[in-house]
Design a binder for this molecule. Structure first.
Ligand SMILES: C[S@@+](CC[C@H](N)C(=O)[O-])C[C@H]1O[C@@H](n2cnc3c(N)ncnc32)[C@H](O)[C@@H]1O
Length: 98
């Protein structure tokens, strides 16, 4: 076995990643392109469950909407009515240096 394979496995044993999974999040992760780390769903669940404000929620960096849909899912699950904005620059031109 290569060291590149062993190191992440050992890291996970030492610091297991907290995550949140149910049928919906598993299906969403399967069919919605994205770059979500498994720990992000744990954080979304925790933060939205404990949200104590009606202030708008702002996501910067939606990419293909995986995190956006996850956030909407937890808002619905925990009956949060906050306005939710999501934006992305969607500029993946490597020659654009601005
Ligand atoms: C790691 S990806 C986000 C992954 C996404 N949240 C998901 O669930 O798959 C980072 C995104 O942030 C966007 N981004 C980076 N800087 C930005 C900025 N200043 N304003 C808006 N979007 C930005 C990029 O275009 C990219 O799509």
């Amino acid at each position: 076995m290569k060291v590149q394979t062993i190191v992440p496995r050992v890291k996970r044993l030492i610091h297991p990643i907290k995550t949140y999974q149910d049928d919906f999040t598993r299906w969403l992760g399967f069919c919605n392109a994205g770059m979500l780390h498994p720990g992000n769903t744990y954080c979304f669940d925790y933060v939205i469950r404990n949200l104590s404000s009606d202030a708008p929620i702002m996501e910067i960096g939606a990419f293909c909407g995986l995190s956006t849909n996850m956030i909407c899912y937890f808002m619905r699950k925990y009956k949060k009515k906050n306005i939710f904005y999501s934006v992305d620059a969607w500029d993946y031109d490597p020659d654009n240096t601005q």
